[in-house]
Each structure stands twice: as structure tokens, then as C-alpha cells.
Design a protein around this ligand. Structure first.
Ligand code: TZP
Ligand code: MG
Length: 219
């Protein structure tokens, strides 16, 4: 996917699946295929945490997952690793507040790529916006044990604040979201929900993705 405007990004954020090998009970290739079958709209490769692959093995897995996304026309975004995103010509990157400044990232990856930024306050959101962010990741909305250094969960407060203050940039919520709670995140003003565990640890990955998709689309 090349960046085709705000509406295309809002569509892509709807059912946003994130994972790396430490999050998967089966092989990530299998998990991704099943998640796509269930209707995810974007995939972020996030190879982090205990047992995460590094170097060539990480690159190899990224390429395999990217190939699946290409075949199924699912945007493929890489977490943190700007160099890998450039080397693979990924559709974009997702960065946090501790990563390289967005202006530098934009210079490196170019104007036609998607940059998502995790923000935790109005001020961080404005800085990301000025730096050329394409969407905000906001969370943790609910408690999560997936991210070791996650901040305390803060509900949908920041999403509501940004919308109330007229911010129109696409927003995806993150952190502990399930098919049962996804609707509340969309109602608060998010365009989509991003999840790791709700899909990657599900007994049926396909059914979990379908359920999440249904919850988001019926709002
Ligand atoms: N950033 C904030 S919470 C989180 C990240 C990467 C983890 C989300 O994982 P889960 O399993 O959907 O709670
Ligand atoms: Mg990061």
C-alpha cells in the first residue's frame, strides 16, 4: 500500500493486528494467514520481548510475513526498526516516544510511507502531528500484560479529548482490547482497534479476528 490519504488510513486501522514470534502459540506465518482470513485490515510486525528473533532470523520472518501481506493486500508496518522498514520497503513504521524523532524518521522513510506514533497526552499528539504523523496509537486503553513497560491504562480519555479539541488525524486504540470492548473504543472516537493477544492467543485466530471485525464494523 502506498499512502493514499486519510480515508484509506482510517480504513486500514479498523482491525489492526500486531504480533511477533513471542506472541504466537503457532508459527507466525500460520497465525497471520488465519488472522487475514478473519478479516484484519493491517498488520504490524513487532518482534519484541523474551525470545524475540534478532538479526537474520528477524529479517527472514519479516520478509515471510510481508510476502503474505502483499499477496492479500494488507498493509505491512514495522514497529521501531526503521532500518528494516527501509530495507524491506515496508508500507510504514510505528514508533513510540523513545524512538527516533518523527522528523528524522520521515526524512529516512520518505513521504509516501505511513508513520504511526504512540502518544499519551495532547502535547505529544501535537508534536507528532507537526512532525508529520499519519495516525496516533493511543493506549493502553485497558490493562495489558503484553507490553512489559506499558504505562497505566487510561481508558478512552485521551481519544475523547483529542476529538473534542478538533483533532481529525486517524486514531487507533491499543491495550487489552477484545471483541467485547472494541465498540467502546470506536464510540470514543477511534477509527480502529489494535490488538495482540485477543487474536494471537485465541483458540481460533480466524474466529477471533472475525469477532473483532464485527464489533468494529457494527458501530
Ligand atoms: N502498546 C501499548 S499496550 C500494548 C502496546 C504494544 C500491548 C497491546 O497488547 P494486547 O495483548 O492487545 O493488550
Ligand atoms: Mg517503540
Amino acid at each position: 500500500m502506498s499512502k493514499t490519504g486519510i480515508d484509506a488510513i482510517k480504513e486500514a486501522l479498523k482491525v489492526y493486528f500486531i504480533m511477533g514470534s513471542p506472541n504466537c502459540k503457532n508459527h507466525p506465518v500460520q497465525v497471520l494467514k488465519e488472522a487475514i482470513e478473519g478479516g484484519i485490515t493491517l498488520f504490524q510486525f513487532r518482534e519484541k520481548g523474551i525470545g524475540a528473533l534478532t538479526d537474520d532470523k528477524k529479517v527472514e520472518l519479516a520478509k515471510e510475513l510481508q510476502q503474505i501481506c502483499r499477496e492479500q493486500q494488507i498493509p505491512f508496518i514495522i514497529n521501531d526498526d526503521i532500518g528494516l522498514a527501509i530495507a524491506l520497503n515496508a508500507d510504514g513504521v510505528h514508533i513510540g516516544q523513545d524512538d527516533e524523532p518523527i522528523e528524522e524518521v520521515r526524512k529516512r522513510i520518505g513521504s509516501d510511507k505511513i508513520i504511526g506514533v504512540s502518544v499519551h497526552s495532547y502535547d505529544e499528539a501535537m508534536t507528532a502531528l507537526e512532525g508529520g504523523a499519519d495516525y496516533f496509537g493511543i493506549g493502553p486503553i485497558f490493562p495489558t500484560s503484553t507490553k512489559e513497560d506499558a504505562k497505566p491504562s487510561n481508558g478512552t480519555k485521551l481519544i475523547e479529548e483529542l476529538r473534542a479539541r478538533g483533532v481529525t488525524l486517524p486514531i487507533v486504540g491499543i491495550g487489552g482490547i477484545t471483541a467485547e470492548t472494541a465498540g467502546s473504543v470506536i464510540k470514543a472516537g477511534a477509527d480502529g482497534v489494535s490488538v495482540i493477544t485477543a487474536i494471537s492467543h485465541a483458540h481460533s485466530v480466524t474466529e477471533a479476528a472475525k469477532a473483532l471485525r464485527k464489533s468494529v464494523l457494527e458501530i
